[in-house]
Write a protein that binds this ligand. Structure first.
Ligand code: ACO
Length: 424
């Protein structure tokens, strides 16, 4: 491909151009500052490729999402979450033998150190589960010190994947004041999580197949999404060679924000507000359009998808199926559908290409499965975990990785002399 040309102060510079496997074109400006003295300015990084990656492909205009080449629609209907974890982390679908060994390793590592229960004791029951999760993930590095040995790294990756679900369930148990339930090695990853969430010492939770399948679907749809805010955070932190626990704990924090994974909790709170307010969806659409109101329709809009979010399409249908199968009627689903219809026919949303995103319907399904609203973003984190891990691993093994260190344009005061306090 011919070089790209840039003219700056009447001088011409050339920069290499290259394409990815789906013909996405990039101008390599890694020498821009060295050659021209200028930097590329792009707040929010909407036009900057911070890495090359072979994990996930998204075409936001066509609504395409693929993990390692496999379309999300096929994985959602045919794979299990554990298969998808293996696929993301190791790059190929596991054989039957590989899957058996992988499951055995997940079972082996699913207990957390007994002392970690003391960490939970220190938190108030009202603590947000994401605050506890972030602290627990970084705490794993205290119990399983990181060494640069690739085998230890692989074991720590398994530990993180296996223990995250135990920690997530313990976080819930802490919030409701019930005793922690230990993992069971005879259950699948997803069923084991549900067992630890909902069993109590007097009664083992009877795990319905439809609930396991619905949760598997939700986790698969969240498993990776290339260089989103939390994944970029994981890579940013990991670029300093921070270990996988430290890097993923940072990802948990980034995910918590209401513009990212925290949106799934916000959507349900918004739908509840509309319900309590009499169900007038148009009133909320109008508020979202009003620039003075600072109100946004949570679960709407996406930086990358400008036509539809394929995950929301799958979940919109799954919401009906799951609620029917569980004989649940939820007035919030009707409000969500009404809100989506009102927004999708409104010129404000059409012009800005704002569509329901993955968070729009996920909360309604979580509610039907009995998962409380405060745990929704933890559920997103459980799903996104294999993505964070695989992106961390890819970055860690990439010889081209440099410590991430963006530049800035300084707009503050120019040099001035210090003034002693009695003269100010
Ligand atoms: N409701 C109302 N208006 C919106 C919404 C919304 N949900 N989203 C974007 N807009 C408007 C903006 O006000 C802006 O309008 P303007 O051009 O008149 O100023 C325009 O659409 C573009 O929006 P940006 O904020 O510039 O888009 P950006 O790509 O930076 O943000 C984001 C994407 C954060 C997802 C945004 O759409 C949003 O805040 N959505 C609500 C929160 C949400 O659902 N987040 C989950 C995202 S998916 C995920 O992380 C899993």
């Amino acid at each position: 491909m011919p070089n790209a040309k840039l003219i700056l102060n009447d001088k011409e510079y050339e920069f290499p151009v290259f394409a990815g496997s789906e013909n996405e074109v990039a101008i390599d400006i890694s020498k821009l500052r060295a050659q021209t003295g200028a930097i590329a300015y792009d707040p929010g990084y909407g036009n900057v490729g911070a890495c090359s990656s072979s994990i996930t492909y998204i075409d936001g205009d066509a609504g395409i999402l693929r993990y390692r080449g496999y379309p999300i629609e096929q994985l959602a209907t045919q794979a299990t979450f554990v298969e998808v974890c293996y696929l993301l982390i190791y790059g190929h679908l596991p054989t039957a033998d590989e899957l058996e060994k992988f499951n055995a390793r997940l079972n082996k590592h699913s207990l957390v150190h007994e002392d970690m229960k003391k960490l939970f004791e220190g938190y108030p029951p009202s603590a947000h589960p994401m605050a506890i999760m972030s602290a627990m993930v970084i705490s794993l590095s205290a119990y399983h010190p990181d060494l640069l040995d690739p085998e230890i790294i692989d074991t720590n990756i398994m530990r993180l994947l296996a223990k995250f679900k135990t920690l997530a369930a313990f976080t819930y148990k802490k919030s409701v004041g019930q005793p922690y339930v230990y993992p069971r090695s005879d259950l699948s990853y997803t069923a084991d999580f549900l067992h630890m969430m909902f069993s109590v010492p007097t009664h083992d939770y009877d795990i319905p197949d439809v609930v396991v399948k619905a949760l598997d679907l939700l986790l698969i749809l969240h498993a990776d999404h290339e260089q989103n805010c939390s994944t970029s955070t994981v890579r940013m932190v990991g670029s300093s060679q921070a270990n996988v626990f430290a890097s993923v704990a940072a990802g948990v924090n980034a995910l918590w924000g209401p513009l990212h994974g925290g949106a799934n909790q916000e959507v349900i709170m918004m739908l509840e507000d509309i319900h309590k307010d009499g169900g007038d969806v148009q009133k909320y659409v109008n508020m979202a359009k009003d620039k003075n109101s600072h109100f946004r329709l949570f679960g709407f809009g996406h930086r990358v998808y400008k036509n539809f979010d394929p995950r929301a399409k799958i979940l919109g249908k799954a919401a009906d199926d799951v609620l029917n199968a569980l004989h649940v009627t939820d007035p919030l689903l009707d409000i969500a559908r009404g809100l989506a219809d009102a927004a999708l026919s409104d010129p404000y949303f059409i012009e800005r290409k704002l569509y329901p995103n993955v968070d729009f319907y996920s909360g309604i399904i979580y509610r039907a499965l009995g998962i409380p609203t405060s745990m929704f973003t933890v559920m997103f984190g459980l799903g996104r975990l294999p993505g964070w891990i695989s992106q961390w691993k890819e970055m860690h093994n990439d010889p081209q990785t440099r410590i991430n260190r963006p530049r800035q344009i300084y707009t503050g005061e120019t040099a001035r002399d210090y003034v002693p306090v009695d003269q100010r």
